[in-house]
Each structure stands twice: as structure tokens, then as C-alpha cells.
Design a protein around this ligand. Structure first.
Ligand SMILES: N[C@@H](CCC[C@H](N)C(=O)O)C(=O)O
Length: 257
């Protein structure tokens, strides 16, 4: 079976073309975890299947590197659009189905992919410095003096394990129109170089934390350890809409399993 490896700001994925519907039956949790293993497999933060869908350009099935299916992956969504284009699925605006519902996406001339994320209707303040919200995946976003100095594997794991439900953990610093972020991902159970739903959550928290909390459009540049992404959207009546996550989505190599 042919596989493709993509990365979006260092968040890396194995992509499989399952348009014929014959890949999934052979993909149990153990097999996916082995393929994602960085020592005994190809190595990736997650694995995705691109499947045919009667009403959409394709369907995205996402698995974390522990082999379990999970919630939405923003960087994965951007990478699978680039993969769809590579497979010959060419659209000005892609419409695909993911676990959290339909998404629109645009492949830009630069090769970057801009992905529309679902509206966010509630943000819970957990502590004076920390917020919990769902951007397709659940995120804990905490303000940090310097996210690049945080021992994410220790601190992130501690917060992830203390939460009564599964969550990803983000450490952010807001600096003018920019955010610096470091992320611990559940299902990878470690730090990843970027997380699209985490970056989106960070932009929402930053909007609430700053003068841009006034209603209207907003835009943030988000610096993750593996690359730079941007998030734009609109804030009105306590609801975040028109959320677009943009950044690189690059094919790294392909091979045969
Ligand atoms: N890397 C992803 C998030 C993938 C899902 C996450 N690990 C979870 O289980 O919630 C992204 O780019 O959003």
C-alpha cells in the first residue's frame, strides 16, 4: 500500500488514499499506532484516510498517533486538502466532511491552505490565566511568561492528566498582533510542533484578552515551534464566527508499506 507523509508547521501526518474503501478494514488501532511510531514505523503525530463521499469532495478520517480516532485536526485538515489536490481533486473551494462536520478550504497560490473552522460559541475561564474551549478539539489555553521555556512534556502532561476529561494543552504569550505557542497534544501524549485547533483556540483567547475583544473582525499571527500560522475571524455577541486557519501544508515523502 502506498502512503504519503505531509506536515503542516511541523505537525506531521501519514496520509492514505482510501477512495476505494479497502484500506480502513485493515487499519486497527495497533496498526495505526505502529505506523505512527517514530522508531518502529514511519513516524507521525497522526494518520488520515481520504475517503469518497457522495455529498462532499471527500471525507477526512483522523487518528491520533496512539491509533485511536479523535476529534478535529486543523493542521490535518489543511494537509488533506493539499493531498486531495495531489490526487487530482481540484476545486477553487474545497468542501469536505470531517468528524466535527463540513469544512470549506482554499489552496492558495503559495501552497498554503486556508481552512474554515467551526464557530466557537463558548469559552470557559478555568483560572484567572487559563481558558477551556472547543475548536473542533478540546483545548486548555494558559497564559505563560515564555512558552518556549515551558517544559511542555512535564507541565502539559500534568494539566492534561488533572483534567477530568481529555484535553490538549497550550501555553501562549500575546505580543502585539502575534502569539507564541507551545502545545501538548492528547493522543500523541507529548509536545507537537504545532496544532491547528490549538492555534485557533489561542487566537480566540488572545482576542478576549486584548483590546481587540471589542466586537468585529480580528487577525492573529501565531508562531508555533514548527512554523507560523494565522487565524482570522469575527467576534460578535460572544460568538466567534468566520474562523479561518491558514498555514503551510507540505508533502514530505511517499513510500510503500
Ligand atoms: N494536531 C491537531 C489536533 C489533533 C487532535 C488532538 N490530538 C486531540 O485528540 O484532540 C490539530 O492540528 O488540530
Amino acid at each position: 500500500m502506498e502512503f504519503f507523509k505531509y506536515q503542516g508547521a511541523g505537525n506531521d501526518f501519514i496520509l492514505l488514499d482510501d477512495r476505494e474503501g479497502d484500506v480502513l478494514p485493515g487499519m486497527d488501532q495497533g496498526t495505526i499506532a505502529e505506523l505512527c511510531d517514530r522508531h518502529f514505523g514511519i513516524g507521525a503525530d497522526g494518520l488520515m484516510l481520504l475517503r469518497r463521499h457522495a455529498e462532499y469532495d471527500f471525507e477526512m478520517l483522523y487518528y491520533n498517533s496512539d491509533g485511536a480516532p479523535s476529534s478535529m485536526c486543523g493542521n490535518g485538515g489543511r494537509c488533506i486538502v493539499r493531498f486531495a489536490h495531489y490526487l487530482g481533486i481540484r476545486r477553487e473551494v474545497y468542501h469536505f466532511l470531517a468528524v466535527d462536520g463540513p469544512h470549506r478550504a482554499v489552496l492558495l497560490p503559495s501552497g498554503n491552505v486556508s481552512l474554515e473552522m467551526n464557530d466557537v460559541t463558548s469559552v470557559h475561564q478555568a483560572t484567572p490565566d487559563a481558558f477551556v474551549l472547543d475548536t473542533g478539539s478540546p483545548h486548555y489555553v494558559t497564559l505563560a511568561h515564555d512558552p518556549l521555556q515551558v517544559n511542555v512534556n512535564v507541565e502539559g502532561r500534568r494539566i492534561r492528566q488533572a483534567a477530568p476529561f481529555g484535553i490538549n494543552v497550550n501555553f501562549i504569550r500575546i505580543n502585539g498582533p502575534e502569539i507564541t505557542i507551545a502545545t501538548y497534544e492528547r493522543g500523541v501524549e507529548g509536545e507537537t510542533l504545532a496544532c491547528g485547533t490549538g492555534v485557533t483556540a489561542a487566537a480566540i483567547v488572545a482576542t478576549l484578552q486584548t483590546a481587540s475583544a471589542t466586537e468585529g473582525p480580528f487577525q492573529w499571527v501565531v508562531r508555533a515551534k514548527g512554523g507560523v500560522l494565522s487565524v482570522r475571524g469575527r467576534y460578535a455577541n460572544g460568538i466567534f464566527t468566520d474562523l479561518w486557519l491558514e498555514g503551510p501544508a507540505v508533502k514530505v515523502f511517499s513510500g510503500v508499506i
